[in-house]
Design a protein around this ligand. Structure first.
Ligand code: BGC
Length: 461
């Protein structure tokens, strides 16, 4: 125990470096909310091209996530992060220099590809190097970095708004990307990937380096046993053995998005104006407040995850989101704007805090945990694609829904999705807290149902 504690700093350093990929994800998805106003003005965008510029990143992310399984499996996790950071740098600079809408859309698709690959690789890498006991904490550093990236984007937007300098807003993303590129030099390859590729001795060395003085033979043995399992293709995902994990991961991906998080992240200023706030500045400031609450409650969640477990936080968080959405919807249905706008603000703050406690960090964490090694690349990639696809659908339909149903009913619809996701989590999502990835795998192979996949060996029949 002592030795384990003594050697932990290195694992924190490595994890924090890898999590910068999450920061880029947050920055590059968040920055457009402020920049688009000025881009639209300069290029004279139509509503359609406007939507294209905003959602090009989401389309790119979908493509990136789709290819990322194969890429990380053949190149390794480390090299993939390195190439991704290079694309981040180049695409950020290119988008800042774009001379017309088409160039912007194309560069933002590339940026999206980098985001998609990063959103897959960073949590996967973190889960693979983490000791089981603090895996929740380490993998969730990625989500923390996403929220910090979003706040950073809001601050940069606010800073450059008076000069309408959207090029600086977009170009600024190259700086954290450069830090990531330099940081990758210190990242070791994932021991699980090394062993999967037959480099067992190298895998042992890395494991020893990141675990310190403790004996790594048991862990190594478990990994070797699991990598010995035959490699599978995506078709295996559809077989009954793997059905429970497909169900869990796709369900979580779906519910993380259809409960409406990005209507707030991408459109908070619009919602604040709709709720009766006058002027862009106060709306952007209120948005910044929402971003900061997101960061703070992600920290709360990270500190509790490995103590309380994933399920209680998920259930509590979703329940709170549901109540907040009912409140937000009601605010839009009230006649008296002076009162209702404060209900809207309180509901949005409560909503974002509850998302940050549960669905935000835990979905990425569980997606990275539940797939067995031979299927991890393909399975995780399918789940991450589902996140981006649902993200894109919600982002593209939100404003039309508001137009069609009105604010009240739209947010009540997302509240209804919260209710369904509550039932889903209660019935199907396992508690994986403190359970080694290899144990989850063994439970799966022994035919346990979804809800019991995280049970420790001692409880197995
Ligand atoms: C979600 C993003 C969202 C972000 C907000 C992430 O977990 O995947 O879609 O924008 O959290 O913090």
């Amino acid at each position: 125990m002592n030795t384990q504690q003594k050697n932990r700093p290195i694992i924190y350093v490595i994890s924090s470096l890898a999590a910068i990929a999450g920061m880029l994800f947050g920055y590059d998805t968040g920055v457009i909310s402020g920049a688009i106003l000025f881009i639209s003005k300069q290029f004279g965008l139509t509503p359609f091209t406007n939507g294209m510029v905003v959602s090009a990143v989401l389309l790119g992310a979908l493509i990136g996530a789709g290819g990322s399984g194969r890429i990380t499996d053949s190149l390794g996790r480390r090299k993939t992060i390195m190439i991704t950071s290079l694309i981040f740098i180049l695409a950020s600079i290119a988008s800042a220099l774009a001379q017309d809408a088409m160039a912007l859309i194309i560069t933002r698709i590339f940026l999206g590809i980098a985001i998609g690959v990063a959103s897959y690789t960073a949590p996967l890498y973190l889960a693979e190097i983490a000791p089981a006991k603090i895996r929740g904490f380490l993998v969730s550093l990625n989500q923390l970095a996403i929220t910090i990236g979003i706040v950073l984007a809001y601050i940069i937007d606010y800073f450059f708004a008076p000069t309408e300098n959207w090029r600086m807003m977009l170009g600024f993303g190259a700086i954290p990307a450069l830090i990531l590129l330099l940081g990758v030099i210190y990242l070791p390859e994932s021991p699980r990937w090394l062993i999967l590729k037959g480099f067992t001795q190298q895998g042992r060395l890395v494991l020893q380096k990141i675990r310190g003085d403790i004996n790594v033979e048991n862990e190594l043995q478990e990994i070797v046993e699991n990598t010995g399992m035959p490699q599978t293709t995506w078709r295996a995902l559809l077989t009954s053995t793997y059905k429970p994990i497909l169900q869990i991961s796709l369900g979580l991906a779906f519910f993380q998005q259809v409960t409406g998080i990005n209507t707030i992240i991408y459109y908070a200023p619009t919602i604040f104006v709709m709720a009766g706030f006058k002027g862009a500045t106060s709306a952007i400031l209120a948005t910044l407040g929402v971003g900061i609450v997101n960061v703070l409650f992600t920290i709360v969640s990270i500190l509790l995850l490995d103590r309380l477990g994933r399920r209680p936080l998920l259930l509590f968080g979703i329940f709170g989101m549901m109540l907040s959405l009912v409140g937000l919807g009601s605010a839009f249905s009230m006649a008296d704007l002076s009162f209702s706008r404060w209900i809207a603000v309180a509901s949005m703050v409560a909503y974002i805090a509850c998302f940050a406690i549960g669905l935000g960090p835990i979905v990425w964490l569980m997606i990275s945990e539940v797939f067995p090694l031979p299927l991890r690349a393909i399975g995780t990639s399918v789940a991450v694609c589902a996140v981006w696809l649902c993200n894109m659908i919600v982002a593209l339909t939100f404003l039309s829904l508001i137009h069609l149903l009105g604010g009240g009913h739209t947010f009540w619809l997302y509240a209804l999705f919260c209710l369904v996701s509550l039932v889903f989590v209660y019935k199907y999502v396992p508690e994986t807290n403190g359970c080694a990835l290899e144990q989850i795998e063994k439970n799966l192979m022994s035919g346990k149902p979804a809800r019991e996949l995280g049970q420790p060996l001692s409880k197995r029949k």
